[in-house]
Design a binder for this molecule. Structure first.
Ligand SMILES: NC(=O)c1ccc[n+]([C@@H]2O[C@H](COP(=O)([O-])OP(=O)(O)OC[C@H]3O[C@@H](n4cnc5c(N)ncnc54)[C@H](OP(=O)(O)O)[C@@H]3O)[C@@H](O)[C@H]2O)c1
Length: 276
């Protein structure tokens, strides 16, 4: 049987690590992690690193950094996808952001270029609270965020990885666009309260305006591009356009999507939110 070689970009990140774990150890495939620390290394900001990483690969999971909505992503994705297709990578699974109109230009490039493709549009991840941007404030017991009461169907990275692996392994997902959400809408204020309940810790929540939040982040020396992205994500993506639940996870995996309450209880039990 021919072995399939999978390239997992962002393979140390929230979704890529889980995709790699699921594919690892299968007798019919091998995986390569795309990482700036890999050998060969992969860096989105240095296209000279791409050919060695792409060489010999049959399929790729593309999780882009920092976000497909940034203006420079179109050129970068066009360059990468063309190079990968020319090198014989026939299947591409792209992680995209749900409700991100700008990201759809990158989705279109993949659709126009890859021999076969699947697009996975995800809503905001639960794992932002234990592996991402919201972990530090939760640990500090003080979370200050804008759009406090905007409903969003937070999705679990384990569900995303399960869908991505299905899409990589089964041709029936070729040419499909999936929308991945959690099973219900919750606001940032409610999510933080849920973490407080699950951990038994007092976590204060302060509602900010987007402008106040950006000003706070400026003090952490974020680049103008990062600040633009934060503003975009909070003003556009959380403007109500995503305030609906998709059933794609249930249809694809034959089970319910992971609920934030279940995630919060599991994480609380792991000790990740115990203040240091
Ligand atoms: N977070 C959310 O709520 C959310 C929601 C919807 C969509 N998304 C999309 O998900 C994608 C991120 O996926 P993720 O959360 O699974 O990944 P992630 O956890 O944000 O990070 C993935 C990895 O990217 C690598 N990385 C950072 N800069 C890089 C660069 N210049 N070149 C190559 N690799 C780089 C880092 O690995 P190394 O240090 O090993 O290089 C990091 O471990 C983004 O496109 C985002 O727009 C996120």
């Amino acid at each position: 049987m021919k072995q399939t070689n999978f390239l997992i970009l962002g393979g140390n990140g929230k979704t890529g690590r889980r995709v790699a774990e699921r594919l690892n150890g299968r007798g019919d495939s091998s995986i390569r992690i795309g990482s700036r620390r890999g050998s060969p290394a992969f860096d989105w900001e240095n296209s000279g690193t791409w050919p060695d990483v792409i060489k010999g690969m049959d399929a790729v999971y593309i999780s882009f950094q920092p976000d497909l909505a940034i203006p420079s992503a179109v050129d970068t994705i066009q360059h990468f996808v063309s190079m990968a297709a020319a090198a014989g990578v026939s299947k591409m699974v792209l992680l995209s952001g749900r409700g991100e109109k700008e990201a759809q230009r990158c989705e279109q490039i993949v659709q126009d270029t890859a021999a076969s493709w699947t697009i996975v549009r995800a809503s905001w991840f639960n794992q932002n609270f234990n592996e991402g941007i919201f972990l530090e404030p939760v640990l500090a017991g003080q979370v200050a965020l804008p759009r406090a009461d905007a409903p969003e169907p937070f999705v679990d990275a384990d569900d995303i990885a399960d869908v991505v692996v299905e899409a990589l392994l089964d041709d029936k997902h070729d040419g499909q666009i999936y929308e991945l959400t959690g099973p219900r809408l919750m606001t940032l204020r409610e999510l933080v309260a849920e973490i407080g309940r699950a951990t038994g810790r007092e976590i204060q929540f302060h509602a900010l305006s987007v402008e106040e939040y950006i000003e706070q982040l400026r003090a952490y020396q974020l680049s103008e591009e990062e600040l633009w992205l934060v503003n975009y994500l909070f003003t556009e993506v959380l403007d109500g356009r995503n305030a609906s639940v998709s059933t794609d996870i249930e249809k694809l995996l034959g089970r319910k999507a992971i609920d934030f309450v279940e995630y919060a209880e599991r994480m609380a039990a792991s000790g990740v939110w115990e203040s240091k």
